[in-house]
Write a protein that binds this ligand. Sequence first.
Ligand code: GLU
Length: 507
Amino acid sequence: MSKPRLRFAPSPTGSLHIGGARTALFNWLWARKSGGTFVLRVEDTDVARNTRQSVEAIFNALKWLGLDWDEGPAHADDAAGGPHGPYFQSQRSALYREFAERLVRSGHAYRCYCTPEEEVEARRAEAARVGVEVDKLVGWTFVSPWRDKTAELDKPYAIKLKAHAPDSKELIQWKDLVLGTIKIPANSLRDEVLIRSSSPMPLYNFGCVVDDHTMGITHVIRGKDHVINTPTQILLYRALGAELPTFGHLPMLMKDQSTKLSKRDGAVGVDQYDSQGYLPDGLLSYLVRFGWSFGNEELFTKAKLVELFDWTRVSKSDGIYDFNKCRAINQKFIAKVATVDELATRVLPFLAKRGLAVRAGHPRLADAITTVKHRADTLAALADEMDFYFRAKPEVDESAAKQYFKPEFAAALDALAQFAEENVPTRDERSGAFADAKAPLDEALRKKLTDLALDMKVIGQPVRLALSGRIATPDLASMMLVLGPQVSALRLREAAARSRSATVENP
Ligand code: GLU
């Protein structure tokens, strides 16, 4: 059997929606799992709404998510993009025309010379005939007088699919990979326009089927909102004498039981998650739940998803999108799954946004991350938590300084400065893992506090504030280790001086 070929076919009218990203993920997963091919096709037939920025935003979002495509445009200006190109529908109109005319010749479609006004007029006449207002006319579809004619006029024409006869009793059915068997009465289908008289662009169902057919797509996996399109698409496959792909319709991302998630509800663009500092796999770990789960496991790298994914665990019920849950998963992902190396690379732009030009191999970077990664739900928060490690002087929380930099702590802060100089190993002196150096330092610090008759509960906050400028931080020994003996001592001495002078300022 030939290898599966799957595709993601976005319409470039905005940034990549998280629902679209979920759909792309499932297609990508099955392509990777089955050793198949993942195709990217851009359905840019809506000339009025499509933009180049959107094409770029979608490509960037897919790249950020790590959903790489095997075939399709490499970038927004790539006209070829692979063996079945072009992959922009706007560049394939000659092909659609050729297929449409072929369907006319085979009797599956017809040229309809009716103008839109004539259709409106026919509707009005029917409403008058049955005695209802036009917008109350239900269950009536326009039947073109050209349906069974073959005449060729010198007038613009639309090409329409000859769907089933209105009295057909047939059920169009398919076995959906996600939803199971679906049956739809053929007589509910209209004669859909394949290509309008006014534009060379195909309508969605036609362009989609011509492309899926000519691109050899074996699995059409998309959101459940497309179930209504599938019967017409099946008729088109039949009309073309083409083999049906396997269809799978994934559950929707909902705001609540009955409303689809929208922009008003929160971040729905993948680019927003990127700029807020989500990890791609953190976001994907949440998105994959809309259609697939693996027991109670919540955190998956893409490699793990490829390993575990199969269609038997796919679920069909729509899910309510919970922004807090998504963030909580990202937090766990940062704390437990992401490697320090990955975090080190990804956090740099977020440090840069804070004015901290930290370069990739900065000697403090990896250790700094180790001490704060369990405290951050995004990379932006991670950068915030790490901020004080990279400033010449930490930004001091002034209200905490008023509370904790007091004359009675000055001597202790000085003593701990000396402690830091004598006990904190430099990076060169350390060998082994961060934790191996931290345990003995912790021990030594406790002993020092006992020797100095200092209570950690009392002196802890002034020391914390001295080292970091903040009162919510990693433990003291961790901070000293990352800062090193000299910087730790310097900060403690400066805090001691400030505490001492507090007497003068606030006698
Ligand atoms: N362009 C369509 C969309 O963005 C694709 C639907 C499909 O996958 O067939 O919804």
